[in-house]
Design a protein around this ligand. Structure first.
Ligand code: 0X9
Ligand code: ZN
Length: 376
């Protein structure tokens, strides 16, 4: 079952989708979108009144970025309303099929749950010091306890832990898990040695820089350790490949009118283009903004902070996003990135006690988007 008083794990989300499929076989179909780099299932749910034959369809995804936990929660609330409260929301399903993929980046999502990041500066110092202590004669730091190294920030580390580079790497990785991980976990091990000195770097690509539309034109990095590493080439990552193939396949008949990709944090509603600010606005920019503003009004009415509605590149130009690709390459006329409510210490860690309010408010906006998708 679903809950909104805690952030559900990927396994629980998968289980909920399976429950719905079993309980509502007429309304719900599951689509296997593929497997992630680490082998987790990417599952999309289709909610349709007539077996996927509505004249129009809308695609919603979430969790492209690992740490943006409110996004999958919002997708789950949407699923919950459409399926388990279908009679209240008939209008949303009339003439419109929903395809919802709540976790695009399950490896990253799980990574942010399983490990708690300890102080980053601490590790940075620690690792650098260990490195210098072990590999440079001039930087020997003598510890009063022979079996320990002492680091610049006065942490004692047993010698045995760092007896080899390998140990060092393993030890570091074990202690530097990350609640605020953004990228996928698709490691590019061939380039690993090159960045070995910087043991804080863990490889992975920013899936929202990896889509094949003006890839790498701006706002993306070719440095594998960067937060916005775009991948080795467009669609180098299995998760973005899977999403691409799923969309192209499901949209063969061009039924998809709208794509909403859920991120955090804003609140903001962003519309294409995002890949560069030196380009003409999208031909339908005015209509994109109008719909966004109407959705914002509905959310504000539900008690939300206002969402800023703007052209995505005005926030910052960044190419390789799924939103631009959906509009530019996949024939989905209306495409939005919704940056959901922020909170917590970093913005991405909205306390669990605030999930329900946030998803309820956002749902009012999603209804507005859907009402337009039905008419496009
Ligand atoms: O930078 C991003 O990928 C998105 N913001 S986030 O804080 N969730 O990372 C914004 C993406 C906007 N779309 C494009 N630039 N294409
Ligand atoms: Zn994001």
């Amino acid at each position: 079952s679903v809950r909104f008083d805690t952030y559900m794990r990927h396994g629980e989300i998968e289980q909920y989708l399976a429950e719905l499929a079993a309980k509502y076989p007429k309304l719900v179909t599951l689509h296997s979108v593929g497997k992630s780099y680490e082998g987790r299932n990417m599952t999309a749910i289709r909610v349709s009144l007539d077996g996927g034959n509505a004249p129009r369809a809308i695609l919603v995804d979430a969790g492209i970025h690992a740490r943006e936990w409110i996004a999958p929660a919002t997708a789950l609330y949407l699923i919950n309303r459409l399926v388990e409260h279908a009679d209240e929301h008939q209008a949303l399903l009339q003439g419109l099929d929903w395809y919802i993929l709540p976790v695009v980046n399950p490896d990253g999502y799980e990574y942010t749950h399983t490990k708690v990041r300890t102080d980053i500066t601490h590790h940075h110092y620690l690792v650098q010091t260990l490195f210098l202590t072990k590999y440079s004669r001039t930087n020997q730091i003598k510890s009063s306890r022979p079996n320990y190294f002492i680091t610049t920030n006065k942490i004692l580390v047993p010698r045995a832990k760092i007896s080899s580079v390998l140990n060092l790497v393993i030890w570091t990785k074990r202690s530097s898990g990350c609640r605020f991980w953004r990228k996928n976990r698709g490691a590019k091990r061939e380039t690993w040695l090159k960045w070995l000195w910087d043991l804080l770097c863990e490889p992975g690509a920013d899936l929202n820089r990896n889509f094949g539309f003006h890839w790498m034109q701006s706002g993306a990095s070719s440095y594998p350790c960067a937060e916005t590493f775009a991948g080795k080439k467009a669609f180098s990552e299995v998760e973005s490949q899977n999403l691409r193939d799923f969309v192209l396949n499901a949209n063969k008949d061009k039924r998809f009118k709208m794509y909403l990709t859920l991120h955090s944090y804003g609140p903001m509603i962003l519309y294409p283009w995002g890949y560069d600010y030196r380009v003409e606005p999208a031909p339908d920019a005015k209509q994109l903004a109008d719909i966004g503003n109407e959705a914002n009004a509905a959310m504000v009415k539900a008690g939300s902070e206002p969402f800023e509605v703007e052209n995505s590149a005005e926030l910052y130009p960044a190419a390789g996003g799924s939103d631009d690709w959906a509009k530019g390459e996949a024939d989905i006329a209306k495409s939005y990135t919704i940056e959901l409510h922020g909170g917590g210490s970093q913005g991405f860690d909205l306390p669990a006690s605030r999930i329900l309010t946030s998803v309820q408010q956002t749902f009012e906006g999603l209804k507005v988007f859907a009402s337009h998708a039905r008419e496009l």
